[in-house]
Write a protein that binds this ligand. Structure first.
Ligand SMILES: O=P(O)(O)OC[C@H]1O[C@](O)(COP(=O)(O)O)[C@@H](O)[C@@H]1O
Length: 231
């Protein structure tokens, strides 16, 4: 198994069929302010490179929600605190192909490439393929921003080389694809990228199918410069 918190993978046995990966506490910089955090996990077939067979996350917020996919749709369960059970509350989630929300740290606007600036400027003015004006939401907890995107649609993104392919981008892309959406690095499908390093980072765009296709059509959306942000 492998975790964001450990430099090296942990070998449990030499001939097991699976590799389990996790980001145990995503959004940890938000904890002291009681902002939602989450856990992400994925299960790969060992020896077959990109093949994820299950993925999920837990979001810790006004409710505790476990969202999973085993490759047959994406389903969410809410913790019933009186019994301790997770109850199926959101079967077969479908992310709307078009939303009206974009989610990004737009303090970085001046470090973005021209294509991404143009895309965001276009949708926030209601001049995109969807004639509605988009609104901004950014929690800065990937799981919480992703969960909202699954529920309401739109695009959740981090255009710089920051989030991790193996235990963040891949599991969330698996979940959004199983809900009818798309996970992209801005140019191509996340789940088709062959990982070469455990802690490999990449730009990440997750959301409804039509919103992500429109974003990719701007071509130049990956932020190449990351000048040492402190918060
Ligand atoms: O600083 P940025 O680019 O807004 O990145 C924020 C993102 O980083 C994260 O905090 C994860 O960062 P870490 O992997 O360093 O914990 C996400 O939860 C969040 O979406």
């Amino acid at each position: 198994m492998a975790s964001e918190e450990d430099e090296d993978p942990i070998w449990i046995t030499d001939n097991a069929p699976f590799v389990v990966v996790t980001d145990p506490l995503d959004g940890s910089r938000n904890i002291d302010a009681s902002i939602p955090t989450g856990t992400i996990f994925g299960k790969y077939k060992r020896l077959s490179g990109t093949k994820l067979i299950a993925a999920g996350y837990v979001v810790y917020s006004s409710a505790t929600i476990l969202c999973v996919s085993f490759g047959l749709g994406t389903h969410a369960f809410t913790l019933d605190r009186t019994t301790g059970d997770f109850v199926l509350t959101h079967p077969s989630i479908k992310v709307p192909p078009r939303g009206q929300i974009y989610s990004v740290n737009d303090a970085r606007y001046f470090d973005w490439p021209e294509g991404l600036r143009r895309y965001i400027d276009t949708i926030r003015q209601g001049k995109g393929r969807n004639s509605k004006k988009y609104s901004a939401r950014y929690i800065c907890s990937l799981v919480a921003d992703f969960h909202r995107t699954l529920m309401y649609g739109g695009v959740a993104m981090n255009p710089r080389d920051h989030l991790r392919l193996v235990y963040e981008a891949n599991p969330l892309s698996f979940l959004v694809e199983q809900a009818g959406g798309r996970g992209s690095n801005g140019k191509s499908r996340i789940l088709s990228i062959q990982p070469v390093k455990l802690h490999q980072r990449l730009p990440l765009f997750l959301g409804g199918l039509e919103d992500i296709e429109e974003l990719e059509s701007y071509g130049d959306v990956q932020q190449k410069i990351t000048p040492g942000y402190e918060v």
